[in-house]
Write a protein that binds this ligand. Structure first.
Ligand code: LMG
Ligand code: NDP
Ligand code: PMR
Length: 398
């Protein structure tokens, strides 16, 4: 992973010179009045990739030079308020929920989606096959399994000159059949390293950018899940999530000096994922406690429903992958399509009715959103603070 990360382009973006056609009507997203047929020149940043040979290791190394261009600020045209496109960064937008949300947001023409992905070509193909118009998205490289890559992403994003209005920490891996742990470039167990620690650093670094945004509603969203909440039936399917006293995390989560599991126990790939989701939900609440009042930023988490068809289950046994979707559709009735889940996440990104901070959103069977209750552990403020402090050290912020 370490090698892979350092040799991949740090930031890539498809070149775009888009024109933003705005529409007159009360926007469902943020409810601002937008002017019809007002074509605003939106000079999207052009990130040019300069490939150069790295002779010492004989591989191609990419560098990026960014040409910053100004965004379109809120202004008044013919007496009407014109809201510039919102800029939303979505991690792991190359498949599943992230892609579906990117598509839903891009289709509104009110958002420019920065798809932060580890596989540039996969993301480009995914965006194209989803029918996303070129001016509504760009792709930047981000491998959450490397903290260096996270830092490079932030640097590249800033160089692009775009403002940041919403960050969605969506990417995740799930390794239910793994018998032994694998590790990130920084030596942390992979599921927690990618799903929690990579996002923890990203969120902390990009907080400054969110603070600078002049957009009416700035948001930081982290995906949670029902399976990390032991106050539900799904959360009681073994192995159950549980962080214990965080001794494995405090010990470095490296499987050598300490356990590869947060609670210090024996490695279990499915549990590591569920643990990482508790971390995600605790982090959202800790962000809310630390920063909401001062910054006005909305911090939120959500359970989008059981999207049983996504790539998340790619490592599960074939029988599971075959039976899981009908099981969720007909037995638990918790199934949700990728399209529907994408719309749900898009609501949390931009809908005015979901602007409350510190909330874990869920949807009922009629797809109406509600504020859900987190399990005792996933809402433990003392644990959240301890998790924050240990995580800060692990990602080099403290
Ligand atoms: C653990 O296994 C692993 O040990 C761990 O390593 C990790 O991978 C973890 O969370 C991930 O999973 C847990 C899991 C493995 O075992 C169970 O969940 C045990 C219960 C399995 C029994 C399911 C009974 C469901 C009853 C439904 C009633 C039938 C209605 C039919 C409706 C069909 C609609 C067309 O489990 C698996 O990997 C899957 C094993 C498949 C069991 C086959 C059972 C046959 C029943 C067929 C009905 C379809 C329901 C499939 C349910 C699969 C989803 C769990
Ligand atoms: P997918 O596997 O379809 O999508 C996960 C995305 O994360 C992919 O784009 C993947 O990239 C990316 N990713 C994985 N590892 C890294 C990495 N190291 N760096 C950057 N990106 C990475 O899964 P889902 O769409 O189902 O999951 C999305 C989110 O939704 C997750 O947070 C998950 O926990 C949550 N969720 C999902 C549920 C479900 O039922 N599916 C239910 C509840 C929550 P690549 O395409 O290159 O593999
Ligand atoms: Mg679960 C009762 C409702 C329900 C819901 C909403 C889910 C969601 N699951 C439910 C029930 C059950 N599941 C039951 C009764 C069983 C035993 C048969 C069961 C089993 C099961 C397995 C083996 N479920 C799973 C797995 C997985 O491997 C998935 C997982 O844990 O991924 C971490 C999973 C899931 N069930 C869900 C959801 C949303 C998932 C996966 C996604 C996630 O949490 O991100």
């Amino acid at each position: 992973m370490a090698l892979q990360a350092s040799f991949l382009p740090s930031a890539l973006s498809a070149r775009k010179e888009g024109k933003v056609a705005c529409i007159v009507k009360e926007s469902a997203f943020l409810g601002s009045s937008i002017l019809e047929h007002h074509k605003s020149q939106f000079n999207a940043p052009v990130l040019r990739t300069k490939r150069e040979s790295n002779h010492s290791v004989g591989v191609v190394k990419a560098q990026t030079t960014a040409v910053a261009a100004p965004g379109l600020n809120q202004s008044t045209v013919h007496g009407k308020k014109v809201l510039r496109k919102g800029v939303v960064v979505i991690t792991g937008a190359s498949s599943g929920l992230g892609l579906a949300a990117a598509k839903a947001l891009a289709e509104t023409e009110k958002w420019h989606v920065v798809m932060a992905c580890r596989d540039f070509l996969k993301a480009e193909k995914a965006a194209q096959s989803a029918g996303m118009a070129k001016e509504n998205y760009s792709i930047m490289h981000l491998d959450l399994a490397s903290l260096d890559s996270v830092r490079q992403f932030v640097h590249g994003f800033r160089q692009s000159g775009r403002p940041l209005d919403v960050l969605v920490c969506n990417a995740a891996i799930y390794r239910p059949t793994a018998r032994t742990p694998t590790y990130t470039a920084d030596g942390y167990e992979m599921s927690v390293g990618v799903n929690h620690l990579g996002h923890f650093l990203l969120a902390n670094m990009l907080l400054d950018d969110l603070k600078k945004s002049d957009y009416p509603s700035r948001r930081l969203i982290i995906l949670g899940s029902i399976t990390g909440n032991t106050n539900t039936l799904a959360g009681n399917v073994p192995p159950k999530a549980g962080l214990g006293d965080l001794r494995g995390l405090a010990g470095g989560l490296d499987g050598r000096n300490s356990s590869a599991m947060i609670d210090g126990g024996a490695f279990d790939g499915a549990k590591a994922y569920k643990d990482s989701k508790i971390c995600n939900m605790l982090t959202m609440q800790e962000l809310h406690r630390r920063f909401h009042e001062d910054t006005g930023i909305t911090f939120a988490s959500l359970y989008p429903g059981c999207i049983a068809t996504t790539g998340l289950f790619r490592e599960h046994i074939p029988l599971f992958r075959l039976l899981f979707p009908p099981f969720q559709k007909f037995v638990t009735k918790g199934f949700v399509s990728e399209d529907e889940s994408g719309k749900r996440l898009a609501q949390v990104v931009g809908d005015t009715s979901l602007s409350k901070s510190g909330v874990y959103w869920s949807w009922n069977k009629n797809s109406a959103s509600f504020e859900n209750q987190l399990s005792e552990e996933a809402s433990d403020a003392v644990k959240a603070q301890k998790l924050w402090e240990i995580s800060e050290k692990m990602v080099g912020l403290a």
